[in-house]
Ligand binder design. Structure first.
Ligand code: 5RP
Length: 219
């Protein structure tokens, strides 16, 4: 099976977690695109979606799914999104698509985070994938120096401006053995908007696409 076929399978499998007559939280990325396309088949059964990026909002609207303002929604049952890495505890690295801040906001509104990913995303220790960090542009160099002190090397993602008008640093060389404390620490650095460690908002469930079928991991 190709990686895209695995992504399509988990996108389809995620429909089972959509709660009828509610608002669905929708993430960003190529795996989520498969989910959005599948969701179109049950659009009459949901009220609408809260989306984590302009890209996903456009795709949802193209399917005739209403996109609601996150500020108008107090709580949603599920948020469905991909990941760049996920470990055995459900901790994730996210932000490969530069949507990490809005992803964390929508995940925070949701009762459950349903991660959909192909098996290549499953790791023992987070940190092989360059850690995305959204920063206020004038803080980029100082935040990069802070990562250097931790043994990482941060590089500005060229040509990328997030939906929030900010920049992305991608950090390599980190071994993230304590995701919760690193998330807490980096979030405090001045100019950091969001670090792409999802530990506080970890997955509740991961639907992992493998050549043998969709494996369900519960956390
Ligand atoms: C976007 C993300 C994505 O969920 C992550 O990059 C995975 O993307 P894909 O499904 O395309 O592999 O965090 O900011």
């Amino acid at each position: 099976m190709t990686q895209d076929e695995l992504k399509a399978k988990v996108g389809q499998a995620a429909l089972a977690y959509v709660v009828p007559h509610t608002i669905v939280g929708v993430g960003t990325g190529s795996t989520v695109n498969f989910f959005i396309d599948a969701l179109a088949g049950m659009k009459q059964q949901i009220i609408g979606a809260v989306s984590s990026s302009e890209q996903s909002s456009a795709r949802l609207r193209a399917h005739g799914i209403e996109v609601l303002d996150s500020n108008s929604v107090a709580q949603i049952p599920v948020y469905i999104d991909g990941a760049d890495e996920i470990d055995a505890q459900g901790y994730m690295i996210k932000g490969g698509g530069a949507a990490l801040t809005r992803e964390k906001i929508v995940a925070d509104i949701a009762q459950k985070f349903i991660c959909i990913a192909d098996v290549s995303k499953r790791v023992d220790t987070l940190g092989r994938f360059p850690l995305p960090v959204e920063v206020i542009p004038m803080a980029a160099a100082q935040v990069a120096r802070q990562f250097e002190a931790l043994g990482g090397q941060a590089k500005l993602r060229a040509g990328v401006v997030t939906d929030n008008g900010c920049s992305i640093l991608d950090v390599i060389g980190l071994k993230i053995t304590d995701p919760l404390s690193m998330e807490r620490e980096v979030n405090q650095w001045p100019g950091v908007v969001t670090v792409g460690i999802f530990a506080r908002n970890k997955a509740s469930v991961c639907l992992l696409g493998t050549p043998l079928g969709v494996q369900t991991m519960m956390f």
